[in-house]
Design a protein around this ligand. Structure first.
Ligand SMILES: [Zn+2]
Length: 313
């Protein structure tokens, strides 16, 4: 038995997972205000013990605890995180003060890739990629059945440039993929489109502009709004640019897209995306076809992947 923990910007989510990747128990607690490294790690240990007992397993009998961290990790330490103040936290050492269970750390997008690989969209493949469209764009690759995890920060696909001198990114570059193809990028482009289209249904779908979300463009496009339809096409075009880049480099058998935006209607997202992939990917010229699908595990991918980490490294 294993426990997987997904450390998010808002919540800590944990699950007790068995050998087959089944979630036997889950728990979620708010991250809360940061009160120091020791306190943070103690909460991780308490959460581990609780979810373990929920599933009828003594915490001491766990094989290990896997943790997905939104940032760079190496050798049991968190090196850097973008959104929570967790840099230089020696998790493994601190955790051992509370629970005598081995700890494995990995980047959260990599954990999601491992989860999908063993229990979701990547089952049965050898080479597999996951791209998560959220606040940013996360990526994780399984190559030859193993997680590609170099120097604790591989898979930062969101920061490949798709528009030279384009929109400014948090990383300091311009035109990074995630400034266009993440939910945040889509929301920015939606607001820009609304400015020039006062009559557009985008306004109605976003309560007069007060509630623009990653859904707004798709909702208005479904109702036939011309500006929204054009916006969705632009969005898919940016999304496809990065996806085709990844397919050309990695040649995975399957690439899965996850995150909130991926839940948009197929006719507006997956179908046009596949059309561009079939037209533009290198393999398409050789009669090959990469399969682009939706991820299957939703928010559980990170927990399950963290719990099954050892199998992929
Ligand atoms: Zn960037």
């Amino acid at each position: 038995m294993y426990v997987g923990i997904d450390v998010g910007g808002t919540n800590l989510k944990a699950g007790l997972v068995d050998e087959a990747g089944r979630l036997l128990a889950t728990r979620k607690i708010p991250l809360g205000p940061f009160q120091g490294k020791e306190y943070f790690v103690r909460r991780l240990a308490e959460l581990t013990a609780q979810v373990s007992r929920d599933g009828g397993v003594a915490p001491g009998d766990l094989e290990y605890v896997g943790m997905g961290i939104p940032g760079a990790v190496a050798e049991g330490n968190i090196l850097y995180t973008c959104n929570i103040p967790l840099a230089n936290v020696p998790i493994e050492r601190l955790f051992s003060q509370y629970l005598d269970v081995p700890v494995l750390l990995e980047n959260d997008a990599n954990c999601a890739a491992v989860g999908e690989y063993f229990c979701g969209a990547g089952r049965g493949t050898k080479n597999f990629a996951v791209v998560t469209l959220g606040t940013g764009i996360g990526g994780g690759f399984i190559l030859g059945g193993k997680l590609y995890a170099a120097s604790g920060m591989s898979g930062e696909v969101g920061h490949m440039v798709v528009e030279r001198n384009g929109a400014v990114c948090n990383c300091g570059r311009r035109g990074c993929w995630e400034t266009y193809a993440s939910a945040t990028g889509l929301i920015r482009m939606t607001k820009e489109t609304m400015e020039g289209n006062r009559e557009s249904l985008l306004w109605e779908e976003s309560k007069g502009g007060t509630a623009v979300s990653g859904r707004t463009a798709f909702a208005a496009a479904l109702r036939g709004d011309a500006a929204a339809k054009a916006l969705c096409e632009t969005y898919v075009d940016y999304l496809a640019a990065g996806i085709v880049n990844l397919l050309n480099i990695l040649q995975p058998e399957v690439l899965a897209i996850g995150g909130g935006v991926s839940e948009a209607e197929d006719e507006l997202l997956l179908t046009p995306l596949r059309e561009i992939v079939d037209r533009e990917s290198y393999a398409a010229h050789c009669g090959g076809k990469a399969t682009v699908v939706k991820a299957e595990l939703g928010n559980d991918a990170g927990i399950i992947g963290a719990a099954l980490l050892k199998r992929a490294i």
